[in-house]
Ligand binder design. Structure first.
Ligand SMILES: [Zn+2]
Length: 160
């Protein structure tokens, strides 16, 4: 995991552990782990133990975190075009009116790609987006999503 704010990573990790259960790849069941050995299945004693996220799938904790991140994908191409076209500047040549992004893409593809690259790096540097396994995600969206998850997780009823 790269380019990910330390505090967000910590929260993603702790939520991933909380939401998932141990899963034995050999007896294919959510299993109670043998005490004193967190990597050992309590039923068949296999060490082939990973995690399961109910209703989503089976995978290591990194995979579970990835499923959470998928809540807020960042589409660099779409965002960059939106950013360029946000000025509402258009270019009219003859009968054709181009948006800024279309004009750049068609007439100056090299400049377009260079600017898009700069746009992405600036957002990464400012921490507005984060990169995990070459995919980009919105930092604030993930932060908000994590806040909502905390509210959504029912706290244990102390009278039971
Ligand atoms: Zn097992």
């Amino acid at each position: 995991m790269q380019n990910i704010r330390h505090d967000i990573m910590k929260r993603l990790e702790s939520l991933a552990w909380k939401r998932s259960s141990p899963y034995c790849l050999d007896c294919k069941h959510t299993t109670i782990l043998a005490p004193a050995n967190v990597n050992k299945c309590g039923m068949c004693h296999s060490q082939n133990v990973t995690r399961v996220l109910p209703g989503v799938g089976v995978g290591p904790i990194e995979w579970i975190i990835k499923q959470f991140l998928l809540e807020s994908p960042f589409d660099a191409d779409a965002m960059f075009d939106e950013h360029l076209d946000g000025t509402k500047e258009t270019v009219t040549v003859g009968n054709t009116t181009w948006t800024l992004s279309n004009m750049l893409k068609e007439a100056f593809p090299t400049a377009y790609h260079g600017l898009r690259f700069q746009f992405k790096s600036t957002m990464l540097k400012r921490g507005l987006i984060m990169r995990v396994d070459s995919e980009l995600y919105w930092t604030d969206d993930i932060d908000d999503w994590l806040d909502r998850q905390q509210e959504a997780t029912p706290s244990r009823n102390k009278f039971h």
